[in-house]
Design a binder for this molecule. Structure first.
Ligand SMILES: [Fe+2]
Length: 228
C-alpha cells in the first residue's frame, strides 16, 4: 500500500501539496495542544446539602472559583501572545506576570478546599495522617487548636496545613493572599478558605462557627491522600 508521500508523488501533486497538508496538520495540532492546556472548572455541586453550608453560599463560591479558572486561562493566553509578539519588555507584560500567581492560586486553592470538604466522618485516629499530626504537634488536638486559631486570625486569607517534603514535617500556614506566603516546594494537605465570601452569608462575623462547620465536613481521606 502507498503511504501518503508516495500517493501524492504518484498522483503528481508533488511537494507543495505535501508541505501544505503538513502545515494544516501542524496548525491543528498546535490548536489542540493549546486547548488541552487550558484549565477547566471542576464541578463541586455534590457539596450542596453539606451540613453547615448554605446552598446560596456554596453556589456563589463555585461561581467565584470558576472566575479564577477563566482568568487563569486568560492570563496565560495573553502572556503567550505577548511573548510571541515580542512585548515582554512592557509594563503590561510585567503586571500580567504578577497577576498569574493570584489567578492560578485562586483557582488551585479553591480546588484543594472543595476537594477536602464533603467528608462524612472524623479523622481515623489510627490513620497515617493522624499519626503524623500527633508526631509533629505532640497530639492531634494541639494541631487542631493551632489550625483553628490560625483561621480565627483577623484578616482574610487561607489556612493551609503544609508538609515540607524535604523533611516530612507538617506545619500550619497563614496565607494572606493567594499569591504570597506559600512555603516553597511544600505539599498542601488541608486547605481552609477564610475569605469572607466563604462564610459571611451563613455566619456573619461568627468565623469560629464557620470553622466548626468546616471541621465537621473535612474529607479526611482526601487530605491523607495528599500526604507524601
Ligand atoms: Fe473562596
Amino acid at each position: 500500500m502507498l503511504n501518503r508521500r508516495e500517493f501524492l508523488a504518484a498522483a503528481g501533486i508533488g511537494g507543495a501539496a505535501f508541505l501544505f497538508l503538513d502545515a494544516i496538520r501542524s496548525n491543528a495540532e498546535t490548536i489542540k495542544k493549546e486547548e488541552d492546556m487550558a484549565y477547566t472548572a471542576k464541578d463541586y455541586s455534590k457539596l450542596i446539602g453539606m451540613e453547615g453550608f448554605g446552598e446560596t453560599l456554596l453556589k456563589n463560591h463555585f461561581t467565584l472559583y470558576q472566575g479564577y479558572v477563566t482568568n487563569t486561562n486568560k492570563v496565560l493566553d495573553t502572556l503567550g501572545l505577548m511573548l510571541k509578539e515580542d512585548k515582554t519588555g512592557t509594563p503590561e507584560y510585567a503586571e500580567m506576570k504578577r497577576r498569574l500567581g493570584w489567578e492560578f492560586n485562586g483557582m488551585r486553592l479553591h480546588e484543594y478546599y472543595f476537594e477536602n470538604l464533603g467528608g462524612k466522618s472524623g479523622l481515623d485516629k489510627n490513620s497515617k495522617l493522624a499519626k503524623k499530626l500527633s508526631e509533629d504537634f505532640g497530639t492531634y488536638e494541639v494541631w487542631e487548636k493551632d489550625f483553628r486559631a490560625t483561621g480565627a486570625m483577623r484578616g482574610i486569607g487561607w489556612v493551609a496545613l503544609y508538609q515540607d517534603v524535604m523533611n516530612g514535617k507538617l506545619m500550619n500556614f497563614w496565607i494572606n493572599e493567594h499569591d504570597v506566603s506559600h512555603p516553597a516546594g511544600c505539599n498542601p494537605l488541608l486547605i481552609m478558605d477564610v475569605f469572607e465570601h466563604a462564610f459571611m452569608l451563613d455566619y456573619g462575623l461568627k468565623r469560629a462557627d464557620y470553622i466548626g462547620a468546616f471541621f465537621r465536613n473535612i474529607n479526611w481521606p482526601a487530605a491523607e491522600a495528599r500526604l507524601k
